[in-house]
Design a protein around this ligand. Structure first.
Ligand SMILES: Cc1cc2nc3c(=O)[nH]c(=O)nc-3n(C[C@H](O)[C@H](O)[C@H](O)COP(=O)(O)O)c2cc1C
Length: 193
């Protein structure tokens, strides 16, 4: 199988990481791969904020916890959010899988392609990471809370522009365990010849 196909088929979401940091050159390559993703009209309105500083990672986790605790929830609230809110009540709750590197993908909220552009950049970064033996996992807590005042404050601290929302985030690190096998694929392919 050609190496690109093999890389695509063997990438898995990794949720447990070694403490040691990934090399600076690897992070550079992963972020470069993100910037080479396609974007609608090639506008490239995204920003990739990579965090490796342990204090800042702890600050992000604390802000997430605070936002989750205070976000309004009612009868219609998605069960996933209800679960996250319950987790946030625990003082030791950790939302970033203790990943040593965390990338926040923000984008201009006025760009109609912001979500799609951010998603293709995410996949480029996940595949680049995997090609280097580095594990990754898409984490979707922050995007859902991007308008929460606590998260707006965090974004300002991280120099994420005011006109941006967070569309995706990525945990990165050396996998602690060997990769699980891919789950079964659904029968979704229909070729009309
Ligand atoms: C849009 C999106 C959001 C996701 N959000 C989360 C998340 O918040 N937490 C998490 O652990 N995994 C998250 N994932 C990872 C998926 O659970 C994972 O891709 C899926 O289970 C398939 O597993 P695989 O990536 O190993 O093939 C997300 C993936 C995508 C594409």
């Amino acid at each position: 199988m050609n190496p690109v196909m093999e890389n695509i088929l063997t990438r898995r979401s990794i949720r447990s990481y070694e403490e040691r940091q990934i090399p600076a050159e690897s992070l550079d390559q992963i972020l470069l791969a993100g910037t080479y993703a396609p974007s609608g009209r090639s506008l490239q309105t995204w920003k990739f904020t990579a965090v490796q500083n342990p204090q800042v990672l702890a600050r992000i986790n604390a802000a997430l916890r605070e936002a989750l605790r205070t976000v309004a929830a009612g009868p219609g609230t998605h069960p996933y959010v209800v679960r996250l809110k319950a987790k946030a009540e625990r003082e030791d709750s950790e939302f970033l899988f203790h990943a040593p590197t965390y990338v926040i993908v923000s984008n201009d909220r006025e760009n109609v392609n912001a979500l799609a552009d951010s998603a293709v950049a995410m996949e480029n970064m996940m595949l680049a990471a995997h090609s280097l033996g580095i594990g990754s996992c898409w984490l979707n807590h922050l995007p859902g809370l991007t308008r929460h005042p606590v998260i707006r404050g965090l974004m300002a601290e991280l120099d994420i522009p005011d006109h941006h929302d967070i569309f995706a985030t990525l945990a990165l690190g050396w996998p602690k365990n060997s990769s699980p096998a891919a789950g079964p694929r659904k029968d979704v392919i229909h070729i009309i010849r």
